[in-house]
Design a protein around this ligand. Structure first.
Ligand code: FES
Ligand code: FES
Length: 127
């Protein structure tokens, strides 16, 4: 299967790989898995008092499309409010990376990771 140039770029030069301290209250952690293939994605967001995402990091154990999807969303969420980030859809990720149909679930993983991280942040901060 041929990967698009954007997937290869993110795969070979992933942005924002790493992690933050998950116990820090300003850190939102979303950990999701894809039942279809067993891949796992961890996305963390650093959120300021105004609800704006200042930084993001990820670790993904998975295929090239999953790594590219998570790398892409770490770039997209920076500077967004959590409400704006929650509106990022897997369709936008799929379009940006030109993912083929069999790789759509990889982009769903990234959308789910954002939502899981925001849910974690809300439960930690009682909002
Ligand atoms: Fe998940 Fe490709 S099936 S690594
Ligand atoms: Fe399963 Fe990409 S996340 S093949």
């Amino acid at each position: 299967m041929a990967y698009s140039e954007k997937v290869i770029d993110h795969y070979e030069n992933p942005r924002n790989v790493g992690s933050f301290d998950k116990d820090d209250k300003s850190i939102a952690t979303g950990m999701v898995g894809a039942p279809a293939c067993g891949d796992v994605m961890k996305l963390q967001l650093k959120i300021n008092k105004d609800g704006v995402i200042e930084d993001a990091k990820f670790k993904t154990y998975g295929c090239g499309s999953a790594i590219a999807s998570s790398s892409l969303v770490t770039e997209w969420v920076k500077g967004k409010t959590i409400e704006e980030a929650a509106r990022i859809t897997n369709t936008e990720i799929t379009a940006e990376l030109a993912l083929p149909p069999v790789k759509i679930h990889c982009s769903i993983l990234a959308e789910d990771a954002i939502k899981a991280a925001i849910a974690d942040y809300k439960s930690k901060n009682n909002t």
